[in-house]
Design a protein around this ligand. Structure first.
Ligand SMILES: [Fe+2]
Ligand SMILES: [Fe+2]
Length: 275
């Protein structure tokens, strides 16, 4: 199966990059399934119903989020009615929405998406390691193998600390197709297939303008460090975005990764286009 996972879509320029490139990528890479992190899609802060619709129209199958999920208040009422929009699974019990789902591709293969958030330098949520284990309890990888009941499992681990993301990936190695990090807005160069067969990249990077401070206009964001005077609200940088993500090909028999390649397209970053 061929899967693309796209990192944090940042504001209007990020949404434009998805709209411009994703339909072509779906065709050119023969993608079966696309996951997009949309936590910053609404002017840097959260996501709305209409943005969800635009991302689905462009070719997203599932949208993950993160710590910014509730920034647009309307999403609290919307998320319960949209199974394809996930929030981290380790929010307290009773939080609207879901952190896990099993979704069908166009040819009836089953893709499980698991979305959790780290706790190091982040909000102190429930234990993500335990939460992911609980989510996987009744799902085993391997579509054609007798014991398996899902064809691919994608884990979006939204976190600040590279150590925490690596630790979760090793805990899951051999049991899921891929563990990818989101949230830092900078792509890491450690794309690999772990010894047990799980694809891994510590952070996908944002889909946003890299002439910025993690997607925000650089003047105001820099002033927050150089002065201790109150600054205005941060605004997303509006230059051309680099679409950042991970292309993954899984083995249909085992559900594990055969190929994992970084994607960087458009904007300022050195391009990387999977073939
Ligand atoms: Fe983000
Ligand atoms: Fe985040």
């Amino acid at each position: 199966m061929k899967i693309l996972i796209i990192g944090d879509v940042m504001g209007r320029t990020g949404r434009l990059a998805v709209a411009r490139h994703l339909p072509d990528l779906r065709r050119e890479l023969s993608l079966d399934f696309v996951v997009v992190n949309g936590e910053n899609a609404a002017h840097g802060f959260g996501i709305t119903e209409s943005i969800c619709k635009d991302l689905y129209d462009a070719g997203a199958d599932v949208i993950t989020t993160g710590n910014h999920v509730w920034d647009q208040r309307e999403i609290m009422n919307y998320i319960g009615g949209d199974d394809r929009l996930l929030r981290p699974l380790n929010y307290p019990e009773g939080t609207p929405g879901q952190g896990v789902g099993v979704f069908m591709t166009a040819d009836d293969r089953r893709v499980m998406v698991v979305h959790a958030m780290g706790r190091l330098y982040m909000d102190p949520l429930d234990d993500p390691f335990k939460g992911v284990e609980a989510a996987l309890r009744n799902h085993r990888l391997g579509g054609n193998a007798q014991s398996g009941n899902v064809d691919a499992v994608i884990v979006d681990f939204h976190g600040e600390a590279s150590s925490e993301k690596m630790a979760l990936a090793h805990m899951l190695d051999g049991r899921v197709s891929a563990v990818v990090g989101t949230h830092t807005h900078v792509p890491t160069a450690d794309t690999q297939i772990l010894p047990g067969g799980t694809a891994y990249q510590t952070d996908l990077g944002m889909t946003g303008d890299y002439d910025s401070v993690i997607g925000m206009q650089k003047e105001a964001a820099t002033a927050r460090f150089t002065t201790k005077l109150p600054q205005g609200r941060l605004e997303p940088a509006e230059g051309e975005a680099t679409l950042c993500g991970l292309f993954l090909e899984t083995d249909d028999a085992t559900g594990l990764a055969l190929r994992a390649l970084p994607l960087r397209l458009g904007g300022r970053l050195t391009p990387a286009v999977p073939r």
